[in-house]
Design a protein around this ligand. Structure first.
Ligand code: ZN
Length: 470
């Protein structure tokens, strides 16, 4: 047994009695990522020691320098996709692409836009560069916020790099970088790829938060430096304000749901610690992160980001090209998000020259509300859908959940074949999870449809609230 195991046991045993038992019970519901194994943790730790300084320095370089690197990567990525991925071969052949013909971003930006809907029409083997690798590849299947189930495949190097980018972001929010024995507290349904790096940079994950959860007490015991959460939990966190401050938490980080700068400023002031937001997606990973001046900076060594088809006020569709996923290339990929890009090339007050986004409006979903008008986090609902509907069955093509009243929700599904035999059981499980999230019993009606009705909003909505609109 090494020192880290001994420390781990002290922390774990503290949760076995008194109030903190509630924390233990909640934490046990967290889903551990399949990537979270000793071998990959070790590789990530070795990379972090080797490249973290370089990664920090990279983002402060002049723009033309990282653009040059991006273009080199993009050329290889596109040629690799064209040669080895049937989906791209077909797509690019149709527009007359020839290998090696990209010599500028203007060339690249002529390539067709790729959507999740288009990729979903193909077998997994036709959207990766090496079908033989699919069995052993890391995969995550998700409902996303578009209501269309989708599997993303990536290799170990990509998983590790994404994790290092997350750690770099945490450090950018702190006065001093994380030390090896620091805790990261995740108040979030989704964990990181690694729960620690061989006992260093440990994370503690609570997948949910209730009014009765003794969060403050646990924060005082664990003394994490960073708290990562959904914006929906900020009001509940505020109830533990003094414990949070006393525990030494230096920054609160939000992601997965949209929140406004106004909201974050409010909570930052009320909690007495800065709140930073992150724009990321299941498909791409980290896309942009906020600096101390509230500007979202694109993670230029992970993604090439374009904002296209802009309207008069500058809002346009976000297209992302993942620079590091060669296994399943996502090139000019459209999530359905909308953002406004800062146009001038001026350096941000924080010193960063990377692409700056002012507002990201993509995640404006119609979050459900309880009869007392409390927000039910959309991300928690989508996590329930992922667990119950999406993960066990691959024939669900799309779905939508509609809140009809304070205590009734309708589920629309579109299966590619027959509805699963055990659907009544699935419906009951989902109804129980929803009731749990609402805090009281809600009814769940189900309707199988040939096509989901179009919504008025820009993005396909998987969560729609028709009740209690102001
Ligand atoms: Zn900045």
């Amino acid at each position: 047994m090494n020192d880290f195991d001994a420390i781990e046991r002290v922390y774990a045993s503290h949760l076995n009695s008194g109030n903190l038992l509630a924390i233990k019970k909640l934490a046990e519901q967290a889903f551990r990522m399949p990537t979270d194994n000793y071998k990959l943790q070790g590789k990530a730790l070795a990379s972090w020691s080797k490249v973290s300084a370089h990664m920090v320095e990279y983002l402060s370089r002049p723009k033309d320098e990282f653009r040059k690197n991006q273009l080199l990567k993009i050329k290889c990525l596109v040629d690799n996709a064209y040669e080895k991925v049937p989906f791209y071969r077909e797509l690019y052949d149709a527009c007359g692409y020839e290998k090696g013909c990209i010599s500028s971003f203007a060339d690249f930006e002529q390539l067709p836009i790729v959507t999740k809907a288009a990729l979903s029409r193909y077998d997994a083997s036709a959207i990766v560069n090496n079908p033989g690798f699919l069995e052993s590849a890391n995969s995550s299947r998700t409902s996303g916020s578009s209501g269309r189930p989708f599997t993303i495949y990536s290799d170990d190097d990509d998983i590790i790099l994404d994790h290092l980018q997350v750690m770099r972001f945490y450090n950018s929010c702190l006065q001093q970088p994380l030390q090896k024995n620091d805790w990261i507290y995740l108040l979030h349904h989704s964990g990181l790829a690694f729960s620690s790096l061989h006992g260093n940079y440990r994370t503690f994950q609570l997948p949910d938060l209730h009014a009765s959860t003794p969060l403050g007490e646990h924060l005082l015991f664990l003394r994490p430096r960073v708290l990562v959460t959904l914006p929906s939990y900020l009001p509940l966190i505020l109830e533990h304000k003094s414990a949070l401050k006393l525990s030494g938490v230096e920054a609160v980080l939000t992601n997965s749901e949209s929140s406004t700068q106004l909201e974050r400023d409010y909570y930052s002031k009320a909690l007495g610690v800065p709140v930073f937001d992150e724009y990321s997606s299941e498909e791409i990973g980290m896309i942009a992160t906020q600096c101390a001046h509230g500007v979202y900076h694109v993670v230029e060594d992970g993604v090439y980001l374009e904002v296209v088809n802009t309207d008069k006020s500058g809002f346009g569709t976000v297209l992302c090209t993942d620079l590091n996923n060669e296994l399943m290339p996502l090139i000019r990929f459209d999530h359905g998000d909308v953002a406004r890009k800062k146009l001038d090339d001026e350096c941000c007050k924080c010193g960063s020259m990377s692409t700056a986004l002012y507002e990201i409006n993509g995640r404006k979903d119609d979050a459900f509300r309880t009869r007392g008008h409390q927000l039910v986090p959309s991300a928690s609902i989508l996590a329930a859908v992922d667990d119950i509907l999406i993960t066990p069955d691959k024939t669900l093509r799309s779905f939508r959940l509609i809140q009809k009243s304070a205590d009734s929700v309708e589920l629309l599904t579109q299966y590619s074949g027959a509805i699963p035999k055990n659907f009544s059981e699935i419906r009951r499980l989902l109804q129980d999870r929803l009731s749990h999230l609402f805090g009281y019993q809600v009814g769940l009606l189900h309707r199988e449809v040939d096509e989901l009705p179009e919504t008025k909003s820009y993005k396909r909505r998987s969560i729609v609230r028709e009740w209690g609109l102001s």
